[in-house]
Design a binder for this molecule. Structure first.
Ligand SMILES: [Zn+2]
Length: 75
């Protein structure tokens, strides 16, 4: 993953240092939250901050991508 530090920091601040899927706060987590691609790079997803979400390990590995897509649908 080649996301710039500034992009990662922007995403982390936007998410208020919580997992953007389950809202789990990083300070309660045993491992740091990671930056997840909402639209996977393998499907042409970009490194744009609009396509990045802060995710706890459980959500990042849990295949909750479909859920994030619901969240990011324009209303
Ligand atoms: Zn989570």
């Amino acid at each position: 993953m080649t996301i710039s530090n500034s992009s990662q920091e922007l995403v982390r601040k936007r998410a208020e240092y919580r997992c953007e899927y389950c809202r789990y706060p990083e300070f309660l987590s045993t491992s740091p939250l990671t930056i997840d691609h909402i639209n996977p790079q393998s499907l042409g997803g970009s490194d744009d901050t609009d396509n990045l979400a802060l995710a706890c390990r459980r959500c990042n590995e849990g295949g909750l991508v479909w859920f994030s897509r619901l969240w990011t649908e324009p209303t």
